[in-house]
Design a protein around this ligand. Structure first.
Ligand SMILES: Cc1ncc(COP(=O)(O)O)c(C=O)c1O
Length: 424
């Protein structure tokens, strides 16, 4: 049978096929990659050497003989790290996962079924939106402010759903360095969210992927899980804290829930060497590593924001995130950033268009997400300059760049009238 014949046999629910990988663009602002210069190669080599010499023989056993929760020293390290987020737990409360992506999949599978209702932040992690759409659940976007989820609006929509007889089963939130907006939810909102979870009987799903990467905020509130383990499931990751090619994340929940998540995780264990190396390295170098990495990210963010200010001036706006790896950039309402995707890519510049990060796609048409972690400072500056040139060539915006009015305005009439030029 030909391969196209086989393709006819796949189930109707299988996802659309993936495009072949053709390499990464030169000016790569997409995805959640980390800073290559922040990878402590020598220290990781030493950690790998010592842990393998000491315990490598355990690779002969599923789960290294440490049981389905994962490598014990890593769970102990995570328990200690989570104490810094206010969480009081032991290694037996923690499940190591293959990246937090696996945690997301397991927790969504456990709590949601076709037709369930979930609230997410109106702008949120695109893979979560895709996963939830595949699961055919009802997704409601809760408005965001510069302080994370708008708790008053959230309460209104919880009440409206309750009255409609379609109660919300889960609120998925990234409260500490939100993806993509970079906001931190303050303590009062966290307390109110917990009270609402108890009142309306939903699970809070807290994703703290970026909580280790904060350099410009004082008094970051404790994790929601620490305040209400009875209504919260918490996940985290080493992808942003160390590197996403290491597939190591974790989930924490009370045993009545964690035991069910473990039962769903039927993969015979997450990669053992990844777990061993992360545990060995971070048990000795966690705080030094974070000081170094956040210093690198802070500098790159400065370069990116200076480049944006120089290239786009006041025509665009953004909130400077206090940590993380993303800048969420707002263009004037009349610009649909998707118009720029193909021409920018042709020039080697890749960005994430806002609609992919939005529960209500169209609402984010004039936003884009830029990751500043991966490219070098030179590439960031050059890439942003190129992006503004492409934007001007395609849309006639920005008219002023680097304090200079561009020689010949290409602005269509309609922009002057405030019309939507992208509707043409
Ligand atoms: C909010 C959020 N959660 C989870 C993930 C998944 O990360 P990983 O599976 O690499 O741990 C990401 C990756 O970008 C993310 O941004």
């Amino acid at each position: 049978m030909s391969s196209s014949g086989l393709a006819k046999l796949v189930t109707a629910k299988s996802p659309a096929p993936t495009q072949r990988f053709t390499g990464l663009p030169k000016y790569n602002f997409v995805g959640g990659h980390n800073a290559p210069e922040g990878i402590p190669v020598l220290e990781l080599t030493a950690a790998a050497n010592s842990v393998l010499q000491r315990e490598g023989h355990l690779l002969a056993l599923y789960n290294l003989s440490h049981g389905p929760l994962g490598y014990q020293p890593l769970r102990e390290f995570v328990a200690g790290k989570l104490a810094g987020r206010g969480i009081s737990c032991t290694s037996d409360d923690i499940l190591i996962t293959s990246g937090s992506t696996q945690g997301l999949n397991l927790v969504f599978s456990l709590f949601l079924e076709q037709g369930s209702t979930i609230v997410v932040e109106e702008f949120t992690y695109s893979s979560v939106l895709n996963r939830l759409r595949n699961q055919e659940v009802e997704i409601i976007g809760a408005p965001l402010t510069e302080h994370g989820i708008d708790i008053v609006r959230l309460e209104e929509l919880l009440e409206a759903q309750h009255k409609k007889g379609r109660p919300v089963r889960m609120v998925y939130t990234i409260p500490t360095i939100q993806n993509p907006t970079g906001t931190i939810m303050p303590m009062e909102s966290r307390e109110r969210l917990v009270a609402l979870a108890r009142q309306y009987n939903f699970v809070i799903f807290e994703d703290e992927c970026y909580a280790d990467l904060i350099w410009a905020a004082d008094g970051v509130p404790p994790s929601i899980y620490s305040m209400a383990p009875d209504v919260t499931v918490h996940i985290g990751s080493f992808s942003k804290t160390l590197g996403p090619a290491l597939r190591v994340g974790y989930a924490i929940a009370e045993w009545s829930i964690l035991s069910r998540i473990v039962a769903l995780k039927n993969d015979a264990g997450s990669g053992a060497i990844d777990q061993m190396v992360v545990a060995e390295y971070f048990s000795h170098h966690f705080s030094n590593h974070l000081v170094r990495l956040t210093g690198i990210l802070d500098e790159k963010l400065k370069v990116m924001s200076e480049a944006i200010d120089a290239a786009f001036g006041s025509g665009v706006s953004y909130h400077v995130p206090p940590g993380g790896i993303f800048l969420w950039l707002k263009f004037p309402d009349y610009i649909d950033v998707r118009k720029l995707t193909a021409p920018a890519l042709a020039a080697g510049v890749a960005f994430n268009p806002g609609p992919e990060w939005s529960a209500n796609g169209e609402a984010a048409r004039s936003w884009m997400r830029l990751c500043f972690a991966l490219p070098s400072k030179e590439i960031i500056a050059e890439g942003i300059r190129k992006l503004s040139e492409i934007c001007y060539a395609e849309i006639g915006f920005p008219e002023i760049s680097g304090n200079r009015v561009r020689s010949q305005s290409r602005l269509p009439e309609s922009k002057m009238n405030g019309d939507d030029i992208t509707a043409r």
